[in-house]
Design a protein around this ligand. Structure first.
Ligand SMILES: Nc1ncnc2c1ncn2[C@@H]1O[C@H](COP(=O)(O)OP(=O)(O)OP(=O)(O)O)[C@@H](O)[C@H]1O
Length: 617
């Protein structure tokens, strides 16, 4: 059936055309050829559906709705593919969606929509093509969440009310947090969603404390685990709980928490989800349906970064009686891997009957800043381009909009940014030269320049070179013995070094010490250079890499309006990295495009959760 103009094109020919346009990559073509050859399928439109499904997975979708394939393909073209940028994706030989669906459904590669067990590699449900493995993960999540929506027995309501009255003595601004703590105690599964500074971490500490009191009131002990998808996010949760702890400091009544055998909120130690599940490279996870996690309460922070398969493994490893509390900001960038589980569950709850049976609570009051940044983030989140532009044009305190094309502008045309970079470099240099690691890291985190792209004129490569030119002379005196480890060099860890307590994405600064240069890292520790691997110089970073971190001030370099990376989630994530000030460099069209373009991530989870009826608790 491809193409419609009657040319005879083999599967190889069709895949080659889509690959030449940058829509498919070698890996997608390879998988499609292998699957179709093994399954005895010769129809080129089926090969195309397989290749596009694999491509969609790598772009974060769980499935490929065939009638959405063409608009989705615009997001598949890689940022640095210049050849592809010149190809008209709509002019490719797209099959007619209805014919395409009929052919795919009839293919020997595709199992029955309702089959409990499907030995074929694909399944087509509600017009969307799934690789069977991802369909199984999605179904596993749906079924387990539906079972978990049943109410938990034996909540001591008087202990709960006493705790809530103590934590929240009054005030409307705490009403959502109160509801969240109550839902977490009463339900098996709770989502606590909210933007930055809405009190999510503080609420986690109240949940832990309220549960501790439940167990005490019932003469029981309870075990608690705290986890996050990345090492960096886990370290940040541990740290914030320490700073944010509510409630008394006696550990009575509880035992076994993550790694530490303590359960006072401020003394809990969060671990990565992989570690919690006992994941071993290439050998799956140690905990699952046959060996359940030994906890009564599991709290997962930064849920927006949890992928479909990780969520499936977590749910499968939970005993039905274990409470699960998922915390995160559903408007942020979604995981690099397929699936946006937090956004899907929250969307299901907001659009229809709550799939968790009453356990989705949105925290709406911002405690940290009632500032222009919060208003800007809210306008972006709502998709309101006019309000976003109006705020930027008014340039209230904390917001600056440099309406310039970042693809051609030089730092000389941005004197305020240049000055800020110079002052920051002097701060880093001064602390680094005097061996003050914490001071150097604090200065480094005072400002961060963020780009959407890694490469190209809008990317980290060009912008970090420009920042380096301004900052390098002010960082240190230039008398370093080892030019690779010059004093004041800003660092980025590009891999996890668990044994050193360093996570991929951690940053730091080279400081001068009597023993020679050392790397002072954001985890508060310093290291001799020779023990570190995968360390790079960092004068700017991608917005993706910055997720899970915050800085005093942020400069956001927007790409051109035609960038496939430009989405609402990207802009929202960039803005919300800042505590006190945001500067945006970009063209108005890029802002409008970003605000009006929600990330296209296909998934059947929201829809299927809404169709699963549960009883509210
Ligand atoms: N009910 C409350 N009353 C007063 N202050 C609060 C309340 N809840 C939270 N805060 C304060 O607001 C600030 C932000 O809270 P918290 O760190 O818990 O937010 P968050 O949503 O986890 O933020 P982020 O996602 O940015 O880390 C903290 O200083 C915290 O102590």
């Amino acid at each position: 059936m491809i193409p419609s103009d009657g040319r005879v094109v083999s599967a190889t020919g069709v895949l080659a055309q889509f690959a030449a346009a940058g829509v498919l990559e070698a890996a997608d073509v390879h998988v499609a050829k292998m699957v179709t050859r093994t399954g005895g399928e010769n129809d080129p439109s089926v090969a195309l559906a397989v290749a596009l499904t694999v491509r969609a997975l790598r772009a974060g979708s769980v499935c490929l709705p065939l009638d959405q394939a063409r608009p989705m393909a615009h997001f598949f073209v890689r940022e640095d593919d210049d050849q592809a940028a010149r190809t008209d994706i709509d002019a490719l030989p797209w099959p007619d969606p209805l014919d395409w669906l009929a052919t795919v459904v009839d293919s020997p590669l595709v199992g029955d929509e309702d089959a409990t067990i499907n030995s074929r590699p694909l399944r087509c449900v509600d017009g969307a093509v799934y690789l069977e493995r991802y369909w199984c993960d999605q179904e596993s999540i749906r079924v387990i969440l539906a079972h978990r929506a049943e109410p938990l027995p034996a909540v001591d309501e008087s202990a709960l009310t006493a705790a809530l009255d103590e934590f929240f003595p009054g005030g409307d601004q705490e009403a959502d947090q109160r509801r969240a703590v109550a839902a977490a105690v009463r339900g098996r599964t709770t989502v606590i969603a909210g933007g930055p500074g809405t009190g999510k971490t503080r609420t986690i500490s109240w949940v832990v404390e309220a549960m501790r009191r439940q167990w005490m009131a019932q003469g029981e002990t309870g075990r608690i685990a705290l986890a996050a998808p990345t090492g960096k996010a886990a370290a940040r949760l541990t740290e914030s709980l320490r700073e944010n702890t509510a409630g008394p400091s006696s550990p009575a009544g509880t035992q076994g928490a993550g790694e530490d055998a303590m359960a006072v909120p401020g003394q809990l130690h969060a671990v990565t989800l992989h570690r919690l599940l006992g994941a071993r490279p290439g050998r799956g996870v140690s905990f699952g349906p046959a060996r359940r996690l030994p906890y009564d309460l599991v709290v997962v922070d930064e849920m927006s970064m949890v992928s479909l398969s990780l969520m499936a493994r977590l749910l499968e490893a939970l005993s039905p009686s274990t409470r699960l509390v998922m915390v995160g900001d559903a408007d942020q960038l979604t995981p690099v891997d397929a699936g946006a589980v937090l956004a899907d569950i929250t969307a299901a709850g907001l659009a229809g009957p709550d799939p968790l049976g009453g356990g989705i609570v949105e925290l709406r009051h911002g405690f940290r800043f009632d500032s222009a940044i919060a208003q800007l983030a809210d306008a972006v989140r709502r998709g309101d381009a006019d309000a976003t532009l109006e705020l930027l044009r008014a340039s209230p305190e904390g917001l600056q909009f440099d309406e310039l094309d970042p693809g051609i502008v030089e730092l000389d045309a941005l004197p305020a940014l240049r000055r800020e970079l110079e002052v920051q470099a002097r701060g880093i240099g001064h602390a680094a030269t005097s061996g003050d690691g914490n001071g150097a890291v604090r200065a480094l985190e005072g400002h961060r320049l963020l780009c959407a792209h890694r490469t190209g004129v809008y990317g980290v490569s060009r912008w970090s070179a420009m920042v380096q030119q301004v900052q390098r002379p002010a960082l240190a005196s230039g008398s370093d013995a080892d030019p690779d480890w010059f004093t004041g060099r800003p660092l980025l860890a590009t891999r996890n070094m668990a044994e050193l307590g360093i996570s991929n994405g951690d940053t730091g600064v080279v400081i001068a010490t009597p023993e020679g240069p050392r790397a002072a890292m954001s985890n508060g520790r310093s290291y001799a250079p020779f023990v570190l691997e995968g360390i790079e110089t960092m004068f700017a970073m991608t917005i993706h890499k910055s997720q899970g971190s915050q800085f005093d001030r942020v400069t956001v370099v927007l790409p051109g309006a035609d960038s496939p990376l430009l989405t609402r989630e990207l802009l929202y994530t960039a803005i919300t990295r800042a505590r006190r000030g945001v500067r945006i460099i970009g063209l108005r069209e890029a802002i409008v495009t970003a605000v009006r373009t929600p990330a296209r991530r296909a998934s059947g989870l929201t829809d299927r959760l809404q169709r699963t009826s549960v009883r509210p608790h």
